[in-house]
Structure formats: C-alpha cells, structure tokens
Design a protein around this ligand. Sequence first.
Ligand SMILES: NC(=O)C1=CN([C@@H]2O[C@H](COP(=O)(O)OP(=O)(O)OC[C@H]3O[C@@H](n4cnc5c(N)ncnc54)[C@H](O)[C@@H]3O)[C@@H](O)[C@H]2O)C=CC1
Ligand SMILES: O=C(O)C1=N[C@H](C(=O)O)C[C@H](O)C1
Length: 265
Amino acid sequence: MTIRVAIHGAAGRMGQRLVALGAADEAVELVAALDNAGAPNAGCDAGELAGAGTIGVPISADWPEACDAVIDFSVPDATDSLVEECVRRRFPLVYATTGIEAEQLQRIEAAAASIPIVKAASMSTAVNLTMKLAEIAGRTLKDLPSGVDVEILERHHRFKEDSPSGTALAFGKILADAMDKPKAAHGREGRVGARPADEIGYHAIRTGDNPGEHTIVFGMLGETIELRVAATNRDCYAQGAYTAAKWIKGKPPGLYDMQDVLGLK
Ligand SMILES: NC(=O)C1=CN([C@@H]2O[C@H](COP(=O)(O)OP(=O)(O)OC[C@H]3O[C@@H](n4cnc5c(N)ncnc54)[C@H](O)[C@@H]3O)[C@@H](O)[C@H]2O)C=CC1
Ligand SMILES: O=C(O)C1=N[C@H](C(=O)O)C[C@H](O)C1
C-alpha cells in the first residue's frame, strides 16, 4: 500500500530528512514539499535540496489536490493556516512542531473533531518507550519513604528556538501526574533554599549540532536512577513520523499521540 504524503516545513532540518527518507521508501509517494511562500529555497527540487537526487517535487506553498497525510515539522506561527487547510481539504495531519501557545493547541484540538491528528513532541519510538518507562518508574517510586526528586535534563543544537524542549515538557507532564508533583522550576540561581518535594526541575542545554537528548533523574537518599535517551541523528524522528502517517490513514477524526501509534497505551 502506498501513501501520498505532503511535508510541511520541507526546506527545514527535519523537512529535508523527511524528503530524503520518503524518496527512498517505496510505500511513500511525496505529493508536495510545502514551505513558507517566501522561503529562499522556494522552487528548488525538494530531493536535490535534501541531497537525495531529483524527485520532481518543488519546494512550494502550493497544496496538493489529494493526500493521505500531511507531516508537519515547521514553526508555531504556521499552525493556524496549516490546521485550516487540513480541515478544509480533509487531510489527516501528523503534527510534530513544538513550542506552541495554548491557543494554537486549542485550534489543533478543535480540528481533531473533523480530521484525525497525531500530535507528539517526539516522534521517536525510543523516546516514547522511555516515556512509558518513566511513567512506570514514577508510579513505583511515588510513595518511597525517603522521597524522590525529579529533574529533567535536555540537550539540543544551538539553533533550537524553544525551551525546554517539547519532549522535556511531555516527560514532565507524565511525571507530574504520576507522582503528584505540580510545581516546575526552570534552572536555579542564588540562595533558593532547600528543594521542594513537589517540584520538577528542568534544565535546557544548547550546544553545537546535538539532535536531541533527554535524561530523567530520579534522586533518592542513597540511590539514583537515570533514564537517558539520545538521538545520534534526526532520522529517528522522521521514521517515527512516517510510521504515524501510515497508521493514520483511514482513522476516524480524533487527537492521537505516538503512544496510540506504537500501541503503548
Ligand atoms: N516531534 C518531533 O519528533 C520533533 C519535532 N521537532 C520540531 O519540529 C520543528 C522544526 O524543527 P527543524 O526542522 O529543526 O526547524 P527548521 O527551522 O530547520 O525548519 C522549519 C521549516 O519551517 C518552515 N516554515 C516557516 N514558516 C512556514 C510556513 N508558514 N509554512 C510552511 N513552512 C514554514 C521554515 O522555512 C523551515 O524550512 C521545531 O518545532 C522542532 O522542535 C524537531 C525534531 C523532532
Ligand atoms: O528541535 C529539535 O531538534 C527537537 N525538538 C523536539 C522537542 O522539542 O522535543 C524533539 C526532539 O527532541 C528534537
């Protein structure tokens, strides 16, 4: 079975890997490489830009007539127009952009009443499995007599604009719910006093070309557990997005995540 896929944000770091992997996948037909109308690469062949050879699909703002899934890795500001087009055309959406505002999330949730949407801060199978492991760890350690401190460390490339990462926030939400820790602290400076028990700490490191790394620290008295998951390149996210695009075809409207796609619920 072949699926027709449009990439939204096709000229970007992730978009180019999606184009390259899609061009090499017999089960994928790339029907559009969408990007900002004013993008410097508009009109270039998307395959050439991605280093995958000519594929005959230009980087453009022109939407395809038909499509089985739109895969989005773009920018928060593009969310509203993206969601509007997908709803108007009844195109299923795999949404991977992070750093969105509450209103943008509400629009995605509203759109899921008419089209199927998979939304996940990380499309990586390894990251989603680690989320499951973190949830088990959190529930198991919740009532430990010595108490358990949770800190989330993330490292990304110098170009990343949002922090903490969407994935760090997703880990945080899972652990806040599982362990009843509603407070968040983003870094620490000065004489802040002893660490509150109901707080999750977030630390965002930005260096070089790191494609994404997350460490969840469970600190107890006398023992420490660390769950670490690290990408060595961006293909884990791109492969996961294609897994979601193949899964979403034919699904009823609704808001899904990668835990649904991977059967981890
Ligand atoms: N969920 C996941 O697994 C992952 C999510 N991401 C997220 O994906 C997003 C993109 O990441 P990168 O590729 O590194 O960024 P990037 O900056 O390299 O690419 C973004 C692309 O979006 C394009 N764009 C801007 N406005 C647009 C519009 N109105 N319509 C269509 N395209 C538009 C830009 O021209 C650019 O080509 C970020 O939010 C990042 O955090 C990144 C990796 C994995
Ligand atoms: O911007 C990135 O690169 C990444 N962003 C996502 C996030 O914010 O969690 C996913 C991945 O870690 C790479």
